[in-house]
Design a protein around this ligand. Structure first.
Ligand SMILES: C[S@@+](CC[C@H](N)C(=O)[O-])C[C@H]1O[C@@H](n2cnc3c(N)ncnc32)[C@H](O)[C@@H]1O
Length: 220
């Protein structure tokens, strides 16, 4: 495990012990002091799973996209280049400020927001929602609650694409990240969406990482 990941785990553990399970995100970004190398998930490039999927399933220009837990903004900017009207939010003020500085001329609407405090007007509002690695950063029952929230934001005929670490129920993993199990992925369908694609795969990183990719639509 990298030193950066170990430090993130120590911060998460301290905040969780302090009854503040969402507090460690801002701590990680703020103490990085502008050095993305100490943020284990910050690649400073758009997510290749999202790009590959959208290359195969292009959307007409002008559709509304939402990026959940957008981190340093690379995925949001890629969606903007693809013609979406993009809202991207993160609970960390430092991450949002950092994104705005990196992309000074951006058209993306970046917002500091806790997903559990999202405005009611988001319900059934977004044509494309992209969620990468936020759910795996949450412990139960926040994970399950977040799945419900995110599902409710998918517009009629809209699409939700999720990529997350995956594991079997009996596997023990010292997180964060805390991979999802199949029963948790099934909660998207329990929340009113229909699954039309699911992949359980190993990505080519070394050491390899098991991931789930789920694609869901609302057809109500
Ligand atoms: C593992 S990082 C992934 C960031 C980005 N999606 C990426 O792929 O690089 C998880 C992100 O979710 C954000 N996050 C965690 N809980 C959140 C919440 N309740 N509301 C909004 N953002 C949250 C964190 O601040 C962090 O940026």
């Amino acid at each position: 495990m990298s030193i950066a990941r170990k430090i993130v785990q120590q911060k998460a553990e301290a905040h969780i012990k302090n009854n503040n399970p969402l507090g460690w995100f801002e701590d990680v970004y703020a103490s990085a002091q502008g050095n993305e190398l100490v943020i284990p998930w910050a690649s400073l490039s758009p997510n290749s799973f999202m790009r590959d999927w959208l290359d195969e399933h292009p959307f007409p220009r002008g559709k509304k996209a939402l990026v959940v837990g957008c981190g340093l903004g690379d995925d949001a900017e890629d969606l903007d280049r693809r013609g979406f009207q993009v809202t991207a939010f993160d609970i960390s003020p430092t991450a949002i400020q950092w994104s705005r500085e990196r992309f000074a001329k951006t058209r993306v609407h970046y917002e500091v927001l806790d997903l559990f405090q999202a405005p009611p007007r988001w319900r059934r509002s977004f044509d494309f929602i992209w969620e990468a690695y936020t759910l795996q950063s949450l412990l139960s029952p926040l994970k399950e609650k977040a799945i419900q929230r995110i599902s409710h934001w998918v517009a009629r005929k809209g699409t939700l694409l999720v990529v997350t670490r995956g594991k079997d129920k009996e596997d023990f993993v010292q997180g964060p990240p805390w991979p999802l199990i199949m029963e948790q992925m099934a909660l998207f369908e329990d929340s009113g969406l229909k699954q039309f694609e699911f992949k359980d795969f190993k990505d080519p990183e070394k050491p390899t990482i098991r991931r789930f990719l789920g694609c869901y639509q609302f057809r109500g």
